[in-house]
Design a protein around this ligand. Sequence first.
Ligand code: FES
Ligand SMILES: [Fe+2]
Length: 329
Amino acid sequence: MERLHDPVLENDWHAVYLTSELKEKPVAVTLLGERVVLYRNSRGVQALRDLCIHRGAMLSKGWVKDDAIVCPYHGWHYNGEGQCVCIPAQPAGERIPLRAKTAAYACEEKYGFVWICLGEPTGPVPHFEEFANPAFRPLPCGPYKVKAAGTRVIENFTDFAHLMFVHQDLLGHPDYAELPDIQVIKEKNRIYIENIPIFQPVAHSGSDKSEGTTYVYRKEVYRPLSGRLSKTDPGNGQTLWILLTVAPVAADECLVFMMVARNYGFDVDDENFIRFQDIVFDQDAQVIESQKPELLPLDLQAELNHRVDVFSVAYRRWLNELGVKVGTI
Ligand code: FES
Ligand SMILES: [Fe+2]
């Protein structure tokens, strides 16, 4: 797979794995075409280039010993900084060549995901109160593998007009497809919209409304491939927050992670909420994987942008301003 260069995305954090799934065994992930190995040692999660400098074997096929990852081919040990600290075939006491190292990447665990950054992170993974507040119950969903550009997935996240069709009877109904005027608010590090009412024919599980209800949405894109939304029933204050973040595996392939937090229905089995997200996301993926061109056109003349598409147009403009290259044309 080709290594993709995009300074904006390389210096950004990307969720690449569920923390609950990362156990003793090292695992391989791919981000922007780069193969990365994740493993745990006594200092936490470590992320290294998944390539032994000696003969190019994959470190992710090795194991962890003495806090280091051991290459499965000749047993070289690499510490969390990527420095080789043991060459078993070399006589004891001999110096290990300084060049014997692999790249180490910034790595953080948050919201139930392992986040990595291939370049220089501009700050920590942002903190969102809704996932720390005990009034909400956070639940990781996914990851979902999508054969499409991550930018297409985020644009779909900004879109309201598909809810009544792609998610017909779940999140909307064609008879209630008309959208209100939408104002996009742009700040230095995000774009967002708020107070968008959408009628949903069947209320979510854990709701006391047996009939449909109108939810009020707020949606924000805070990084090129990350956003979050809230969906509130003003009648009873029930609120669902969703964090959606997309790891660009390749230009036209991505892995989608979701954190869902609700302040209601704590007695409802979490599996119900996970299954709901699985169904909804699969509906999105079917459409997204069919879109042409595969990469998101930043030239606003390339597709037909309607007045109702203001948020996705703002997203395309923002990507253009930031200079995001991967997943765009
Ligand atoms: S290839 Fe890794 S130790 Fe030789
Ligand atoms: Fe959708």
